[in-house]
Design a protein around this ligand. Sequence first.
Ligand SMILES: Nc1ncnc2c1ncn2[C@@H]1O[C@H](COP(=O)(O)OP(=O)(O)OP(=O)(O)O)[C@@H](O)[C@H]1O
Ligand SMILES: [Mg+2]
Length: 207
Amino acid sequence: MIVMMAGLPGSGKSTLARALARRFSAIVLDKDLIRAHLFPAELIEYSTRQDDFVVEVMLNTTEYVLRKNANALVILDGRTFSRRSQVNRVIARAKKMGTSWRIVECVCPEKTALNRLKSDVRGRRHVAKNRGVELYREVKSRWEEIRRPKLVVDTSSRLESCVQTMEEYLRLKKQTGRSKSATTQAAVSEEVRPEIVMPARRLTGQA
Ligand SMILES: Nc1ncnc2c1ncn2[C@@H]1O[C@H](COP(=O)(O)OP(=O)(O)OP(=O)(O)O)[C@@H](O)[C@H]1O
Ligand SMILES: [Mg+2]
């Protein structure tokens, strides 16, 4: 299964993705980290073209991983999915791979996101040098609502409860028993139909 982490900068995508991955041995492919490893600093552009290139690498990696293990849970992080075309591209590839997809959209009040971004800039905690208030406003101004089945997670609540909501939405189970890796293989139910589980915004749709 492929999970797209969507949301504005500072909305908590990476934090949630990594927390979930720690519990379920999911694979997180973070666009910002991959770009920083692929390109030397002087060649990093922060352009849509380069981002698209890196996402292609991520999708090829996903395909490789899923070919080896069809049950793998691959989380695509670091792309905001601010444009519908970005979502559509992943869905088209997922279909070709014969795997299912889910969207988890992280949201939080603007004030929270801006405080997080400022704090991360001060602490130099993020690998992308263009990340900050300006980027937040720029992405927000061109944000296209994702009208696909999705889970919306308010990350201003406790991380643990966000992880639990995501876990329930993806219907993940910790496997126990004879498995070599004891407790942390993700078990994914393929028949699940995605839907928004935010109480006030419930939608259903096709996978
Ligand atoms: N649920 C949460 N509770 C408290 N702090 C959080 C939570 N989620 C994220 N944060 C903090 O907010 C900051 C931004 O989070 P994160 O890096 O996960 O955002 P992001 O959506 O991945 O941003 P970007 O798109 O720029 O990579 C981090 O410093 C993180 O520790
Ligand atoms: Mg991130």
